[in-house]
Design a protein around this ligand. Structure first.
Ligand code: PBG
Length: 339
């Protein structure tokens, strides 16, 4: 149970008029409890083969798949806006996908090439990665499928190889998004053994089996591969809450430096519970479906896009998050004025 908040006793109206501190912009600023900063933002980007390519993603208006040269430009822009980190997701066509997912740990896959190129151009920008087999898997799952079952331990071995390849390429923050059991500890051991002592792990600890990932699966080419399948045997049941705390505790004990709740807005209660229970660096992922909803309604004139975007991001701070992964990162950074 959460402790009862310690609030000073309030004298009754009219001694206390809550509207006094709301009466002017200056007073509202002074009494604001939570604030969004550009330093809270992690910007997910999609990379693909080619040169000079910026390929729009229909279900995510305003978001493009970028070839490595364009991703470098995007990274420079992010750095210029004061955004501390980007997160790289690869788009792979069906022809690049195999059953053994060997491309996942190739030093020359599109993600690892993008990491190297961005590190060389903008070394101060932190680079986060995605660790899961779905971009490389013929069937679109985050783990190996053997006889219809997504097998855990064999998948963890592959994920560890992926983690090391990304760390070798220069990644600062590894993002295991696969929800297999035991992967954090296995990765941490392998990183230590390989001399990657300062590579951090931001674990997707409480990742729910969500319908809000739909546009992302289009973006990375996973929708067709998954062919209507779901990820319910490894991602969390949306009805569960206590289980998320057990997962976070487990990942921290295995060596995670930071933890994530995903999706974001429908799971703000989990952000608050995780932050209150552990007090560790806690992040939310405002996922593709959340972006598409806000952006789509904004583009149609049904809501004010900028205001709704900023309000949605501030909500993560209020819920206890230290930061948020969001496709709105550059737009929000511009409105925040860069500092
Ligand atoms: C896959 C992965 C997903 C997202 C990040 N990594 C989708 C999924 O689990 O199917 C979702 C991100 C988003 O929707 O913006 N490992």
């Amino acid at each position: 149970m959460r402790p009862t908040p310690r609030l000073s006793s309030q004298a009754p109206y009219p001694t206390t008029r809550f509207r006094r501190t709301r009466a002017s912009a200056a007073l509202r600023d002074l009494t604001q409890e939570n604030r969004l900063s550009v330093k809270d933002l992690i910007w997910p980007i999609f990379v693909r083969e080619g040169e000079g390519v910026e390929e729009p993603i229909p279900s995510m208006p305003g978001v493009n798949r970028l070839s490595v040269d364009r991703a470098v430009e995007a990274a420079k822009m992010a750095q210029g806006l004061g955004i501390p980190a980007i997160c790289i997701f690869p788009y792979t066509g069906m022809e690049a996908r195999t059953e053994d997912c060997a491309l996942a740990w190739s030093p020359d896959n599109i993600s690892n090439r993008a990491i190297r190129a961005i590190k060389a151009a903008v070394p101060e920008l932190a680079i986060m990665t995605d660790i899961a087999l779905d971009p490389y898997n013929i069937n679109g799952h985050d783990g190996y499928v053997v006889g219809g079952e997504i097998v855990n331990d064999e998948t963890v071995e592959a994920l560890v190889k992926m983690a090391i390849a990304q760390a070798d390429a220069g990644a600062d923050i590894l993002g295991p998004s696969d929800m297999m059991d035991g992967r954090i500890g296995a990765m941490r051991d392998a990183l230590e053994a390989a001399g990657h002592r300062n590579v951090t792990i931001l674990s997707y600890s409480a990742k729910y089996a969500s319908a809000f990932y739909g546009p992302f699966r289009d973006a990375v080419g996973a929708s067709a591969a998954l062919a209507g399948g779901d990820k319910k045997t490894y991602q969390m049941n949306p009805g569960n809450s206590d289980e998320a705390l057990r997962l976070v505790e487990r990942d921290l004990s295995e060596g995670a430096d930071m933890v994530m709740v995903k999706p974001g807005m429908p799971y703000l209660d989990m952000c608050r519970r995780v932050k209150d229970a552990f007090g560790v660096p806690t992040y939310a992922y405002q996922v593709s479906g959340e972006y598409a909803m806000i952006r789509g309604a904004g583009d149609n004139g049904w809501i004010d896009l900028e205001k709704a975007m900023m309000e949605s991001l501030l909500a993560f701070k209020r819920a206890g998050c230290d930061g948020v992964l969001t496709y709105f990162a550059p737009a929000a950074a511009r409105l925040l004025g860069g500092v």
